[in-house]
Design a protein around this ligand. Sequence first.
Ligand SMILES: NC(=O)c1ccc[n+]([C@@H]2O[C@H](COP(=O)([O-])OP(=O)(O)OC[C@H]3O[C@@H](n4cnc5c(N)ncnc54)[C@H](OP(=O)(O)O)[C@@H]3O)[C@@H](O)[C@H]2O)c1
Length: 291
Amino acid sequence: MANTMQGKTVLISGATNGIGKQAAVDLAQMGAQVVIIGRSKARTDEALREIQTASGNNDVHALLADLSSMAEVRRVADDFRKQFSRLDVLLNNAGGVFNSRQETVDGYEMTFALNHLSYFLLTNLLLDMLKASAPSRIVNVSSEAQSGGALDFDDLQFKNTAYGMGGFKAYAQSKLMNVMFTYELARRLAGTGVTANVLHPGFVNTGFGKNNKGLMQFVMGIITVFAIKVEDGAKTSVYLASSPEVEGVTGKYFDKSKPKRSSPASYDEAAQKRLWEISEQLTGIASAAAV
Ligand SMILES: NC(=O)c1ccc[n+]([C@@H]2O[C@H](COP(=O)([O-])OP(=O)(O)OC[C@H]3O[C@@H](n4cnc5c(N)ncnc54)[C@H](OP(=O)(O)O)[C@@H]3O)[C@@H](O)[C@H]2O)c1
């Protein structure tokens, strides 16, 4: 791969496995300084070694955080800020599906907190560095599951409504939030030189869903036979993080490295703003700090 990312610093969440780890290898191969966030020290150390070896680039570093905890998101943003002087690409990728309703240390529904609030908070906490490094990019990993998502503002965290569909209802909602967050973010960042795009990686053979036991594990095991390999699953993330073709392109949903319409619900600007305000309140980020 060409050394097109030389001099650029990329921060990737969820890079101990799957799409995030492969994107880390590809971007490190292109010469980027890559910083990964993992939650387990053992898995993160192992991933770090693998990424360095596979890419032939030792300028790869690791930070630790359980991103379902908003205090840990804040701490890891501080750790990044202390250790690195620039941020050219933030790749929000960590995510999961949970077949029974769980709550985080903050008392939030797990899928909502990990898949949406962590993207929202980490991005807002690092925006000043992204702006100072402009032209820079925010890349959010969503899913085509966004098309089946719906936001019930009366119960975003499934406190009173059935969790349902083995966690896929909460997952689809969170992935729709990724798209809506990106569109609102792109509008707020207009003129700053920081772009924000969102993507579906394809149906990829990773560890996704395999954290669950029972039927979900069995079903995921079977359907991954039809999935694409992880090298292909990372391509759209890497394209949006690095390609000159998308320099200046912002506020778009991509699939197979091509822009595509997302679900009609995702374009509801009033709902995007409402989600933004709720996310500000729940993450405790002061309005002045968020864009
Ligand atoms: N695979 C697909 O077919 C597919 C399709 C559409 C969208 N996506 C999206 O792609 C993204 C990556 O998924 P993947 O398929 O690569 O899945 P994966 O192999 O399960 O990787 C998920 C990554 O997220 C990390 N993670 C999970 N919970 C975390 C937490 N609380 N704190 C910090 N990190 C955490 C995992 O770390 P550990 O190693 O500690 O578990 C792992 O590095 C997700 O956003 C997913 O929604 C995947």
